[in-house]
Design a protein. Structure first.
Length: 275
């Protein structure tokens, strides 16, 4: 009997459409045999509203005082690059875009958790900044759920609440059934320059001995775990999407990770373009 599978989409920068995932969702369903289409449950995280109000408020103040003009280029910077700048991890949870964006992803996980079996395999599909959001989300979830009582006593209320939420949750909620990671136009490398390549570890590895990595999920049955894969799709002409294996030895030696070059811009544009 075919297993049920859950798929979660997370968008990237400069997105204004809460239905952004539907074209790909429809293509996935069309590629499946009809008798399997009912076995896939889709959900999406729409996190753009977390930062759009702040960006619009600032741009409104600028234009109302005639300090700058409101045009497409200005909006691209504020609402495109501004999205990436907003997703920076902070020590405090209060008023933090980082944790609010992760909250939007967590809400989507909860919606799926209410519909699928507790052991349902989960596949992440991220685009652009969504790749980094999902990777850090899986890393943070895996880190907190392994905190001991001593570690939690020294942390803030939000961390303790999150740890309790994970401890009391299903394997699905804990990401213990994470079975696939698809990244497209991935800009994770841009977020590694702060620390340098030697400090960057993929979610397929744990930072400490004795801890299990975030991917694949620890509760996956062996037949699924051995097939768990991270597929990274990129185009040579996409200046915001990059291969991951050249980052460092940990990424390069990871057998679950594959960099796959595609011509998403179309064949002829890929032939005559060289960005």
């Amino acid at each position: 009997m075919a297993r049920q599978i859950a798929v979660l989409f997370v968008h990237g920068i400069f997105n204004f459409d809460d239905k952004y995932h539907l074209p790909m969702q429809q293509r996935i369903l069309a590629a499946l045999p009809k008798h399997l289409r009912g076995n896939v449950d889709f959900e999406s995280a729409y996190w753009a509203p977390v930062v759009r109000e702040r960006q619009a408020d600032y741009l409104g103040k600028l234009t109302s005082q005639s300090l700058v003009s409101d045009n497409d280029y200005r909006r691209l910077v504020l609402q495109g690059l501004g999205d990436a700048a907003a997703y920076q991890k902070t020590k405090a949870h209060a008023n933090s875009s980082y944790y609010q964006i992760q909250g939007a992803v967590r809400a989507a996980i909860d919606r799926l958790d209410n519909r699928v079996p507790s052991n349902c395999p989960l596949v992440f599909i991220g685009h652009s900044l969504g790749c980094h959001i999902l990777s850090s989300f899986a890393w943070d979830t895996n880190t907190v759920k392994q905190f001991g009582d001593d570690r939690l006593r020294g942390d803030d209320d939000k961390v303790r609440e999150f740890a309790a939420y994970l401890k009391d949750g299903s394997p699905f909620r804990r990401l213990d059934t994470l079975a696939g990671f698809i990244t497209m136009g991935c800009n994770i490398p841009l977020f590694t320059f702060t620390f340098g390549p030697d400090s960057i570890i993929p979610i397929t590895r744990s930072r400490r001995n004795g801890e299990h990595p975030a991917f694949p999920g620890v509760s996956l049955p062996p037949d699924l775990a051995k097939h768990a894969r991270w597929e990274n799709y990129y185009s040579r002409n996409d200046v915001l999407g990059y291969p991951l294996k050249p980052l460092n030895k940990a990424y390069n030696d990871e057998p679950r990770l594959s960099d796959v070059h595609v011509t998403s811009e179309g064949y002829w544009r890929s032939v005559f373009s060289n960005v």
